[in-house]
Design a protein around this ligand. Structure first.
Ligand code: MN3
Length: 198
């Protein structure tokens, strides 16, 4: 049983980048639907009381009759919980994580450029990611609501490139959305994800 996780900020906190109406519909309608559909799929099953990310980590073992529903809606919940919790306009501080970003990508700006490219080249609906994979930082992309957790990776940054994430604010201009959304990250949250996973 999953719940709709509350936003940690007001829906107008990022006006000009992600506007109030987008938060209200994206979080309050789309994610709420993933929650309702996931709960309906797992109701009465052994998965009802399991940790969602543990289910996603073992998605291939989920009963075939509900696997697609769990992958799509459970992935949708997990991905969006990561997405909405990572905004806050907090810069990356010096330290081990920043050193790893710089040694892997060259600079924070170069990492953001790679995430933008991943988001632009994700044809159709899906996600661009910074993940920790076997101790290494990698920029990846997934289709639909597939979770990096199902690939054995730990997601650190997740950028939703479904049209519902940006259409009200940017219409078809996915490049502009990517430029803007990457300016409002809370790097303390992202660093904490790294520290918890390393
Ligand atoms: Mn979305």
């Amino acid at each position: 049983m999953e719940k709709l996780v509350e936003l940690g900020y007001e829906t107008n906190a990022f006006e000009g980048v992600i506007n109030k109406e987008t938060f209200e519909i994206h979080h309050g309608k789309h994610v709420a639907a993933y929650v309702a559909n996931f709960n309906a799929a797992v109701e009465g099953s052994e998965y009802d009381n399991m940790d969602l990310n543990d289910i996603l980590a073992n998605i291939s073992t989920v009963d075939e009759s509900i696997r697609a529903a769990v992958q799509n809606n459970g992935g949708g919940i997990s991905n969006h919980n990561l997405y909405f919790a990572q905004f806050g306009r907090v810069e990356l501080q010096d330290g081990e994580f920043k050193d790893l970003v710089v040694s892997t990508f060259g600079s924070v700006e170069a990492l953001l450029a790679e995430i933008k490219t991943a988001g632009l080249t994700r044809f159709g609906s899906g996600w661009a990611w910074l993940v920790l994979n076997d101790g290494k930082l990698e920029v990846t992309k997934t289709l639909n609501q597939d979770s990096p957790i199902s690939l054995g990776q730990t997601p650190l940054i997740g950028i939703d490139v479904w049209e519902h994430a940006y259409y009200l604010d940017f219409q078809n201009r996915r490049p502009d959305y990517l430029d803007q959304v990457l300016t409002v990250l809370d790097w303390s949250v992202i660093e904490a994800r790294y520290n918890a996973a390393k």
